[in-house]
Design a protein around this ligand. Sequence first.
Ligand code: DX5
Ligand code: ZN
Length: 232
Amino acid sequence: HVTPEEAHKILDSDFARLAEECERMVHLGADWLHVDVMDGHFVPNLTLGAPIVRSLRKHTAAFLDVHLMVSNPAQWVSDFAAAGADMYTFHLEAVAGGDLEALQAAGSAGLPAVHDLVAAVKAAGMLAGLTVKPGTPVELLLPYVPQLDMVLIMSVEPGFGGQSFMPDQMNKVRFLRAKFPDLYIEVDGGLAPDTIGAAAAAGANAIVAGSAIFGAADPGAVMHTLRAAVDE
Ligand code: DX5
Ligand code: ZN
């Protein structure tokens, strides 16, 4: 059982005071900082790129867990590695141009392009994560898991913070945990004290929380609650 990690999303923070916000959360107990990169194409929102990560890196030693919601994740690997990202998690749907049939047709061997991108992320010195949107079957991840450092299961449609948790997505977590007892399985979207139980019960051990933390009067207490639920 790997130690639960608390990844706190900076998407909900005050971007004009990003470094202070991040250091505040790390001081309050965050293990990782989850950085939501959105390109306005893969998702209908536009956030930040490698230059912001490079600036942030100068101000914090925290683990930077970068979530790429971009149409061409292969394009940004070297920029984020140079910027100091620690983990690079990209969407399976982006590699096959969203063509689920191509991913299905690849069968148990998987698509070479996905294997190659995972290898490129690791060759660049970052940990490699792979993620799927709620509408994508979890089975499509299976050919790549042995190469991965983490799988991210989205519990909201990617694009925005503050959405409602999708409990049915925890079936994907349960499915993976049964097959891969030691895998980092991160959940992202709508995690809060009232939804963490379902995620922890399913076997998630890396928790992303944005609005539940940044909107809290006592973010440290919320972090403690989330971590305790996973630790049980
Ligand atoms: C959504 C992002 C998530 C989201 C989580 O596309 O990947 O990280 O911002 O925010 P909350 O915790 O507020 O649902
Ligand atoms: Zn995210």
